[in-house]
Write a protein that binds this ligand. Structure first.
Ligand code: CUA
Length: 173
């Protein structure tokens, strides 16, 4: 069978690209030890029983001098905290988010940042960040989760540390 020279070049290029992409994925997992959020480093949870976990009381806890933890529930069709009333955090603090869902697959993206993860029922997505300056960020759900998916949004309000109201913090359970 005769294969045209250009066709051979394109076949070669396609195979080369597949090899490069596969290589990058393998390199990431093996050499850089990258993990899928919520599976390798965050653990699992019973989505039917959030009432018996830290997620029973979603909100912000202070865990260190300038360190906070956010327990957030993403569900049809809101973020708790974040929807209705903004999630308020102080600028410059180290913030660890733990996000889970009791119903269906959701996503969370904080606009203007690289914070972006899927929220899978039964999994806890955990990520750390620092919001350097006082400003307001929008957050949206980016996984289709039902008829009102497009309305699922919230706000994160970053305030100067001196204006952060510690009375809004949850006490440890
Ligand atoms: Cu939640 Cu889309």
């Amino acid at each position: 069978m005769h294969i045209h020279r250009f066709e051979k070049i394109w076949i070669g290029l396609s195979l080369f690209l597949i090899a490069v992409c596969t290589g990058i994925v393998i390199y990431g997992f093996v050499a850089l030890d990258l993990k899928v959020p919520g599976i390798a480093d965050s653990g699992t949870i019973d989505p039917m029983n959030l009432a018996e976990t830290e997620f029973a009381q979603p909100g912000v806890r202070k865990v260190g001098e300038n360190e906070y933890e956010v327990y957030m529930v993403a569900r049809q069709f809101l973020f708790l905290p974040g929807t209705g009333r903004p999630l308020t955090l102080p600028a410059g603090a180290e913030v660890t988010f733990h996000v889970t869902s009791p119903d269906v697959l959701h996503g969370i993206h904080v606009s203007g940042t690289n914070l972006n993860t899927m929220v899978i029922p039964g999994q806890v997505a955990t990520f750390k960040t620092v919001f350097p300056e006082a400003r307001t960020y929008g957050m949206i759900c980016h996984e289709y989760c039902g008829p009102a998916h497009h309305t699922m949004e919230g706000l994160i309000e970053i305030v100067p540390p001196s204006e952060f109201d510690e009375t809004t913090l949850l006490t440890s359970r």
